[in-house]
Design a binder for this molecule. Structure first.
Ligand SMILES: C[S@@+](CC[C@H](N)C(=O)[O-])C[C@H]1O[C@@H](n2cnc3c(N)ncnc32)[C@H](O)[C@@H]1O
Length: 197
């Protein structure tokens, strides 16, 4: 696999072990037993338009495979702000991507968490949060806050292992679309895009 600009290459197996041990400590928050695969990560990054002005925010980056795909897509590391709850993952991310802004905090309180770190309007929000482990009301609140912080037409990008949209479909606020199922991932996943109106 290619190393993205600004990325210090880490052995993938090491990330897998780190990921599994975080999952054992906190299965609800981590929400997966293995890091996102390269095809899923690239599919998410491909939806981001590097030409759209503004910061790009990643939620729940974990060990950083989607960050690597965003950097490989040509996103300048100074445009990226990562919001991650887990302290050990934050330490890993800071080591791997020293030029990227890593904020340890709660993505569900995005506006407060990002105060002093990144200013809206954002060009994209890319989320690997395990949304299905959170209450529908929390997910609705997350997408409502996010839509207020995105540029018009900018995407909120989310993967899910589930069959349906992990966020409520609210067509007065955003357009919703989904990728084909990505079988080359453990487990297979789908990428949903919610585009602000
Ligand atoms: C499915 S994992 C991310 C997988 C990541 N793509 C990878 O391969 O390493 C979900 C991530 O969301 C983080 N997370 C869960 N709840 C969070 C919250 N409220 N705020 C920020 N991050 C959160 C977890 O710590 C975990 O890193």
């Amino acid at each position: 696999m290619q190393t993205a600009p600004g990325e210090k290459r880490a052995a993938p197996r090491f990330d897998g072990v780190k990921f599994l041990s975080s999952w054992l400590k906190n299965p609800k928050n981590v929400g997966a037993v293995a890091p996102s695969g390269p095809v899923l990560s690239r599919t998410m990054a491909a939806i981001v338009d590097p030409a759209l002005e503004g910061p790009i925010v990643e939620l729940g980056p974990g060990t950083g495979p989607v960050t690597a795909a965003l950097l490989a897509r040509g996103i300048d590391p100074s445009r990226l702000t990562l919001v991650e709850y887990d302290e050990a993952f934050c330490a890993t991310l800071r080591k791997k991507y020293p030029q990227v802004n890593v904020v340890q905090g709660d993505a569900f309180a995005l506006d407060r968490t990002l105060e002093g770190h990144a200013s809206a309007p954002f060009a994209a929000i890319v989320s690997s949060l395990p949304l299905l482990n959170f209450l529908p009301e929390q997910r609705k609140q997350l997408v409502e806050i996010s839509m207020r912080m995105l540029r018009p037409r900018a995407p909120f990008i989310q993967f899910t292992y589930g069959a349906n949209s992990p966020l409520p479909v609210m067509s007065h606020l955003y357009e919703t679309s989904a990728s084909k199922r990505i079988w080359w991932n453990l487990p297979p996943a789908r990428v949903w895009t919610y585009r602000a109106r």
